[in-house]
Write a protein that binds this ligand. Structure first.
Ligand code: DHB
Ligand code: MG
Length: 232
């Protein structure tokens, strides 16, 4: 009983500390401007789930894109356009950001979010099933950075497409690879977890990339990013 209680107190303390750290890092490095705030608010008002990446993750994506001097970026899964804004802002004025969204209502929000954030000259949303849209992108490839953040069960297929649409030196980033720690649960029947397990196994065995995965904690719970550099 006492142990349970002190364990609970410890967990609550840890959660509070993490929240404070998230706030401090966000404040110092990843403050949202009106464009990003508008995208969040519009998505919330439209009833979209609040599962977009955190500001800290958005800034990391932006830095990765800038570090590889990205001119063309592809995103699979737009949600409300929040991550798209972070990524599109890493581009030079003549850069291209393409995001794929299955839901036309969400896509309309995304389009408006890009206008509000001042990136609609570079950023475009394409509506449809990613597995149908991806083959049509071959003439626009290679992309310098590809961010996969759509339905988790199809992540292995999206990753295969990302490789096809890459060049040596491209970065592929995959969200939600840890799934609240379920990644190593071999008995999980959750299609999302199974998708991520397959993706991680596939990426680990893929000779054309060098990859790692980072666990993330904070406002979006316990999850993670995988980052893969296409090496050949
Ligand atoms: C879910 C999807 C996401 O992309 C995310 O970052 C968190 C959760 C989901 O479908 O549950
Ligand atoms: Mg995600």
């Amino acid at each position: 009983m006492t142990n349970d209680r002190s364990e609970l107190a410890l967990l609550q303390q840890q959660t509070k500390t993490r929240q404070k750290i998230v706030e401090a890092i966000t404040h110092q490095f990843a403050a949202e401007d009106e464009g990003l705030q508008h995208a969040l608010m519009a998505a919330k008002q439209a009833g979209l789930p609040e599962i977009q990446i955190s500001p800290i993750q958005g800034k990391l994506l932006q830095l990765l894109a800038a570090a590889c001097n990205a001119q063309k970026i592809l995103e699979i899964g737009s949600l409300g356009g929040y991550s798209g804004i972070w990524l599109a802002r890493a581009l030079p004025p003549n850069g291209r950001f393409i995001t794929l969204e299955i839901n036309p209502t969400h896509a309309a929000l995304v389009k408006n979010a890009f206008v509000q954030a001042g990136v609609s000259d570079r950023a475009e949303v394409r509506i449809g099933r990613a597995l149908e849209l991806l083959p049509q992108l071959q003439h626009e490839a290679p992309f310098d950075l590809i961010f996969i953040d759509a339905d988790k069960a199809n992540t292995p297929s999206y990753f295969e497409w990302a490789l096809k649409l890459s060049r040596t030196g491209s970065l592929i980033v995959v969200d939600n690879v840890i799934r609240n720690g379920a990644l190593t649960d071999i008995e999980s029947t959750d299609a999302a977890v199974q998708g991520m397990r397959r993706f991680i196994k596939m990426a680990g065995a893929e000779p054309r990339i060098s990859a790692t995965a980072l666990q993330t904690v904070g406002s979006k719970g316990y999850d993670g990013f995988a980052v893969a550099l296409v090496t050949g």
